[in-house]
Design a protein around this ligand. Structure first.
Ligand SMILES: Cc1cc2nc3c(=O)[nH]c(=O)nc-3n(C[C@H](O)[C@H](O)[C@H](O)COP(=O)(O)OP(=O)(O)OC[C@H]3O[C@@H](n4cnc5c(N)ncnc54)[C@H](O)[C@@H]3O)c2cc1C
Length: 234
């Protein structure tokens, strides 16, 4: 059976010396930026969150196949060696920020893509706690092997999963509530929050954080104003 979500990795486009010198090539990018893909049969580009940065040496996205979806259908049907028409769109508002402040990354489904990119890029080993919501670990545990490796390398400190069709907390916001005390303490001490996924999840996460943070006097709105809470919602 075709998995509902796939990790797709593309080679960097070849660029001439002239394109590089004049800045007309694909350019620099980092996880969280967007890849616009123009599918065959439509001039309307579809956007995908990048799960890799230029220094990884490849372009990675996580795609969920929409039933009847033009672009997602073409993407998951690609064979090795095939190409797509694509462009880069920067998304500077959706970044974990530099420095050593701990990160609380919260994502569900394809939303884990850019979060995986942030973890891969965490060579400075800032403390990162990933909350990852999925339907079932047997079919939807994207990056499972990489996450083990990144933990061993110190790029990821903790992983908490939520599984709506298996045991444990069903959704990312439930997993957050189950760890309310350490989450509130980390945010009170300066941790940044990064959320990626669908609108329902983002709303649920915001409501859970509102409750969790109540004793600290902080709110998601205050964190957003301070630039300590960034979201990519689609
Ligand atoms: C900022 C941003 C980031 C995003 N990041 C990601 C990402 O990382 N990963 C990801 O998978 N997606 C992401 N998306 C969504 C992505 O851009 C596309 O919208 C998605 O892949 C669907 O495109 P499609 O061409 O496959 O579907 P479309 O062909 O555009 O169809 C859209 C919907 O309409 C339905 N539909 C199509 N034709 C018909 C019809 N004739 N009758 C009834 N219904 C129909 C389809 O089932 C589908 O659900 C992101 C979107 C945004 C805005």
């Amino acid at each position: 059976m075709q998995a509902p979500t796939s990790i797709l990795r593309f080679a960097l486009p070849r660029e001439s010396l002239w394109q590089r010198l004049t800045g007309h090539g694909f350019g620099r990018f980092s996880a969280g930026d967007l890849l616009g893909i123009v599918p065959d049969g439509s001039e309307l580009p579809r956007l995908y969150s990048l799960a890799s940065g230029r220094r990884d040496g490849f372009i990675e996205i996580v795609v969920r196949k929409h039933p009847g979806g033009l672009c997602s259908g073409q993407l998951v049907g690609l064979e090795p060696g095939q190409t797509v028409r694509a462009f880069l769109r920067r998304h500077p508002d959706f970044k974990p920020g530099s420095g050593h402040a701990p990160l609380i990354l919260i994502g569900a489904g394809t939303g884990v893509g850019p979060l995986a990119g942030f973890i891969r890029d965490n060579t400075g080993r800032r403390p990162v706690h990933l909350f990852f919501g999925m339907r079932h670990p047997d079919s939807d545990f994207l990056y499972d092997r990489e996450l083990i490796e990144w933990r061993a390398q110190g790029r990821l400190e903790r992983l908490t999963t939520a599984t709506s069709r298996a045991a444990g907390p069903p959704y990312a916001q439930d997993a957050l509530r189950a760890e309310a005390t350490p989450v509130a303490e980390a945010i009170r001490s300066g941790a940044r929050v990064v959320v990626c996924g669908g609108q329902g999840m983002a709303r649920g996460v915001s409501e859970a954080l509102e409750e969790i943070l109540a004793p600290t006097g902080l709110t998601p709105a205050v964190l957003k104003e301070e630039g300590r809470y960034v979201e990519d919602i689609y």
